[in-house]
Design a protein around this ligand. Structure first.
Ligand code: ATP
Length: 254
């Protein structure tokens, strides 16, 4: 069953058509790779999916509901979470507190509740702290809970960002170049984590330039070039696709 159906999505910046009526179908439970040369429109598509940008036209059907006009915080509530190409952690905040910000929007406690219903606010805070601790444990990051995020290695910071996205309990996780800047060992840890997240029933769309990683974890792949979808299929098909080889892989099969 399709969890996400992108239909004829178009995004224009001034005179640049960044997405030209793009279609993409992501099945529930799959890891879906999204690749293409620099400037192909991958990040723009992520921004349109997460609600950071609204498309000029087209539909974004998520579990059957068209979210194209909804804002980012609403999409999180519907079950879409993401990470960013450039790590966006609160550097001086502790790792645990960074993860707790991922629950924001899922809890009911605003400042009014905190003032007028302190018991409810206290209970919610305790729940969020316990959930953050569970996530840290699952990612083998318990040791880092009280460390300022900036003290962690690049690879661990990436994992904290993923943990923060998971805190929103998404059905769909959008990972934007999670392997960028990681060494080989860290990529191995990341690969294990991505498989584990899917194993927990979460559908993933993965933008990644590391072809070994992407082709090894993805069930299906969509390829964009110049804002257009040029191919969609299983990794074996994509590897052999002449257009993909010429327009993305520099003439050399992956
Ligand atoms: P990369 O692999 O380099 O991250 P990408 O596939 O993610 O590339 P996008 O960043 O989505 O590509 O860019 C697609 C096109 O849209 C490019 O021509 C880019 O210059 C343009 N673009 C993206 N964001 C904006 C923006 N905020 N304002 C104007 N143009 C933009």
């Amino acid at each position: 069953m399709a969890l996400l159906e992108v239909r004829a999505v178009r995004k224009v910046f001034g005179g640049i058509v960044a997405l030209r009526d793009v279609d993409m179908t992501v099945s529930e439970g799959e890891i879906h790779g999204l690749i293409g040369p620099n400037g192909a429109g991958k990040t723009t598509l992520f921004n349109v999916l997460s609600g950071n940008y609204l498309p000029a036209s087209g539909q974004i059907l998520f579990a059957g509901r068209d979210l194209a006009a909804s804002r980012a915080h609403e999409r999180v509530k519907y079950g879409i979470a993401r990470t960013f190409q450039n790590i966006r952690l609160f550097k001086s905040m502790s790792v645990a507190d960074n993860i707790k910000t991922g629950f924001h929007g899922m809890t009911r406690t605003g400042w009014l509740t905190a003032i007028f219903m302190p018991v409810r606010a206290f209970k919610e805070e305790r729940l969020v702290t316990a959930e953050a601790a569970k996530l840290l444990e699952r990612l083998n990051l318990t040791w880092a809970a009280d460390e300022p995020a900036v003290n962690l290695s690049y690879g661990d910071q990436r994992r904290v960002e993923i943990a923060r996205a998971l805190a929103a309990r998404p059905r769909l996780l959008l990972l934007d170049e999670p392997a960028a800047g990681l060494n080989e060992t860290e990529v191995g840890v990341l690969e294990h984590l991505i498989r584990g997240i899917r194993g927990a029933g979460i559908t993933i769309v993965l933008v990644e330039h590391d072809m070994r990683l992407l082709m090894s974890v993805a069930d299906r792949v969509t390829v964009l070039a110049h804002g257009q979808r040029i191919a969609q299929g299983i990794p074996e098909e994509i590897r052999l696709n002449t257009r993909v080889i010429n327009e993305y892989l520099g003439g050399v099969p992956a």
